[in-house]
Design a binder for this molecule. Sequence first.
Ligand SMILES: Cc1ncc(C[n+]2csc(CCOP(=O)(O)OP(=O)(O)O)c2C)c(N)n1
Length: 592
Amino acid sequence: MTTPSTSQPMGYGSDLVVDLLRAVGVEHVAINPGATFRGLHDSLVNYGGARGPELVLTTHEEIAVALAHGYAKAKGRPMAAVVHDIVGLQHASMAIFNAFCDRVPVLVLGATGPMDTARRRPWIDWIHTALVQGTQVRDYVKLDDQPASVAAIPEALLRAWRLARTEPQGPVYLCLDAGLQEEALARPVPMPDVARFEPATPPHADPRAIDDAARRLVDARFPVIVVESLGRRPGVAAPLCRLAELLAAPLVDLSVEYQGRPSVPSRHPLDMSGARDEVVREADLVLALDVSNFLGALGSVDRSTREVRLLNESTRVIAISLEDYAARSWAQTFQSLVPVDLPIAADAALALPALLAAVEDRLGRGHDRASAERRARADRIAARHAALHAEWQAAVKLERSSAPLSPAVLAALVWQVIKDEDWVLANGSAKGWARRLWDWQPERVTGGSGGAGLGYGLPAALGVTLAHRNSGKLCVNLQADGDLLYVVSGLYTAAHHRLPLLTVMFNNRTYGNDEEHQETMAKARGRPVENKVVGIRIDDPAPDFARIAQGFGVHAEGPLDRADAVDAALRRALRVVKDEGRPALVDVITRP
Ligand SMILES: Cc1ncc(C[n+]2csc(CCOP(=O)(O)OP(=O)(O)O)c2C)c(N)n1
């Protein structure tokens, strides 16, 4: 993209918006164009220009917001997405919901009107203007606002920016009247001192509750630590593993299954994420850190009867999170109400070192009557951990020469190609196989959509790649076909902005998850199981993702279905990404 350089004076309402974005540190703005923000668009191009923020062109508002979602997770700081009036906002809404569930800050800027009917063009300005546009997404943003004058814009933007980043974080929506954007200013509006509008520091845990938690953990017969989104905050893996080691407590990371944020390294000997049922069944005490899905943590679902029950009714629970502060009434994202014996409202990442210190203190004070017992437990867990890993490796070996490839074999092939790189997993998990087979380090993994709304993978991975641009990191996207088809034109953004993302298609030519549901349904009702593919398979004709990607200007190969061909294509794609700084896609057919 060529960005004009400019030294224009602040002349319009939308110039002020650009100055505010720059002042708070927004470096990128993803857009899909629309007349309601033509004022802001002009200001970004001709007033901000080379000084930034940089425009990122997307071909769908869902892509713009999902890209900003991925970026915020990778960068630790939000960017903005600008979406056209009510139609752009409707397209954006799915991605806003995902960011809300994932507790990720995104500054969504919208536009409307003009609200002044005397200034509207016939037809389009009327049919695309809502009375309080923010109501469309109000149930899944932390704040929506619509300033009524240019003078009110700084306060509205600073409040939105602050609330988005205050824990628990989330997206915000700020609607800018087209008339205000285009209003000529008699004089420049003074810039506020943005450093004085920072978010409040996140809350620590009550020290008495931490001490109580430490006592219960040290006294427990078989404590288990369960995490879901703890990895939202950097640097949690080390204290988490240390706590588990002191307590000889198995670690269960739910983040892959429930699209949270990873915090447990898969090769830690106490990692029992692959045997959650076993350890939770045995637990007398569970420490849940940043968990919202308590039934997913402590229960099991009978797939045919759909009956949900706790694995162990007598297990006691300590929970540390800010989830109760994020509760909203519309979508029941708070999930099932499970009994908790010691609930602690705190930022779990801040509570963790305090809890670790309290446990260390107790063990050091001679309260540790059970250290031999603990050592034996740690050995037993480590042996089970090793056995699980051996089983997974054996499964890959057995299937390696089959065609099409299984997700496990493809995950193993990708690992062979990237393992010596400074890799980042920008999206996907190969149905959990990347965690099982790779040296899965949580700080290298960005996590899932949060809201399980499809159309997330590619755009979020592009946001991650944008955040890591010029860092030397290799961003990898393990991409399902169904998910990609919602947002396939994101490949244009990849090519246009030269975002060096390596996408590997796990192309099973079906909506695999739904195929499983239809199979369960057919079996339960005694109906023909072979009909499970009707209205589900994506194979007649099978989309040719390599040609589609090439059409958008992306290096691509495929479809491929044999291990040796895949390995060679992945290595060529890696060269394109690393040496040419361009995106590449390898389309691999996987077993449905
Ligand atoms: C926006 C949206 N529409 C529909 C669904 C329902 N859904 C959940 S999983 C799934 C299939 C996903 O297929 P794909 O992305 O190819 O992954 P696979 O299950 O085949 O690995 C669908 C359609 C959803 N979660 N989100």
